[in-house]
Structure formats: C-alpha cells, structure tokens
Design a protein around this ligand. Structure first.
Ligand code: ZN
Length: 244
C-alpha cells in the first residue's frame, strides 16, 4: 500500500503539472513558476509566449471589450508598449501610436502627467502597470481623460498588492521604483476622474486560463518592507476599464 507521504508527493506532482490554456498564444500545458520582484509565483508564465497572469486577464478583457467596438476607425495610444500587445493592437486599430517616458523606439517620449496632445485626440488608451510608477497618478488619469474623445476608453491596470493603498514617501527602489502599493480600494481613484468605470477580475473568466496571482503575502518580507502583509496565498488580479 502506498504511504501517505507517497500520496502527498504524487498529488503535489500532479498539481504542479496542472494544464492550462494560454489565451494569448493558444498553448496548452503547465505554466512555469516566475520569480518577480516580490517573490515566487507558481503557475505564472506561459512557456511559449511568456505571458504572465496579468497579460492573460488583460487579453481576455480586451477581446470582450473590442467585440463591441469598430476599432478599424479608432485611434489608440499604447503606453509602455509590451511587444505581445503591440502586434495585437496594431492589427486591430486603424491608427496605432506608442508612448513612454524613457523607452526607446516609441512614437512619443512623454510624461503622462503632462502630455503634448490636444484634447480629445484618442479613442482608446492602454497603460498597464504604469500608474504605480507615476508620482501624481490622479494628474496622469486627468491627462488621459483629457486626451480621450467623449465616450473614449482607457484600460489602466495596476498591480493590486495590498488591501488598502499605501503611498510610499519616495519611489521605492526595492519595488522597481513604484510610488505606491495599490490596494483593492485603488479602483475608486478612477471613479474620481472618469465618467464610468467597469472592473474586470480573475474570477470572471474560465479557470483554465489561470488568471490568479499565487503569491504568499501573509508574512512580512524583508525585500518589500513598506508593503503591509495581507491574508491569502492566491490573489485576484483586476483590469479597470474607464470611460471618458
Ligand atoms: Zn502563451
């Protein structure tokens, strides 16, 4: 008869080999663990296209959203452009432009808090994991609102890593110079600026895509001393869709 330890070992092995579907590239199989700035996350990265949890949730939300849009006639601005999304967006949108404060190869090197674009210049803005790097994030949201046409859409996800948002006294070198640790309450900031906000989360899509962040945040960690502990080892990710 197999020992309890043997059974547990087999179970953990089969869990480690759980198969998922990548909605970005279509791969089917186990996802790899990934060591980010705040620790190890299991089931995180697609072996083929390197998509992480957030990319998979974002692409599902974007596809859902874009079903209802005539993107061929729309002008979009992509901040801090990720290669895997650049190809997707440029194939969909009639007019596609990129921007960043410091990245090489973008169309515009601009500061989100003060952009050189006229009011109502764009129909769609995408900036993922950008606002946590911006000292005055509300000013950046106001600028995005200003450059959007009425009814325009901004998709602005940030890493949600706390219950309540913690503002850091200065950009934190331990966390890739983030100016804050956004909490679940961060979504309320978008409502201060935009006409309407819809928040999509990991639990709104099929588990086969593995959209959760498996990260133990229950213990104080030396490398992220300013971030408070929170319960749980499996966390939802969020995608705020903001309407101008
Ligand atoms: Zn993939």
């Amino acid at each position: 008869m197999e020992s309890t330890i043997g059974k547990l070992f087999r179970k953990s092995l089969s869990l480690a080999k759980r198969k998922f579907r990548c909605p970005v590239c279509g791969y089917l199989g186990p996802f790899e663990g990934f060591c980010g700035s705040s620790g190890f996350r299991k089931h995180a990265r697609c072996k083929v296209c390197s998509s992480l949890e957030r990319h998979r949730l974002q692409i599902l939300v974007l596809r859902e959203l874009m079903k209802q849009l005539d993107t061929a006639t729309m002008k979009m601005l992509h901040f801090a452009p990720e290669k895997m999304f650049s190809e997707f967006f440029s194939a969909q949108f009639g007019d596609y432009e990129t921007a960043d404060l410091s990245m090489e190869g973008v169309d515009y090197k601009v500061d989100l808090q003060c952009m050189p674009f006229a009011d109502s210049s764009y129909d769609f803005v995408f900036a993922s994991h950008v606002l946590e790097h911006i000292p005055d994030d509300i000013e950046a949201m106001k600028e995005i609102y200003r450059i959007l046409r009425p009814g325009g859409i901004a998709v602005l996800p940030v890493p949600i890593v706390a219950v309540e948002t913690v503002e850091y006294p200065e950009p934190n070198p331990e966390e890739e110079y983030h100016c804050r640790a956004p909490g679940v309450d961060y979504m309320e900031r978008f409502s201060q600026v935009f006409r309407e906000v819809k928040v999509f989360s990991s639990d709104m899509f099929d588990d086969k895509y593995q959209l959760y962040v498996y990260e133990d945040r229950t213990r104080s960690r030396e490398h992220v001393p300013l971030r408070p502990v929170m319960s749980g080892r499996k966390h939802k990710d969020f995608v705020p869709v903001c309407f101008a």
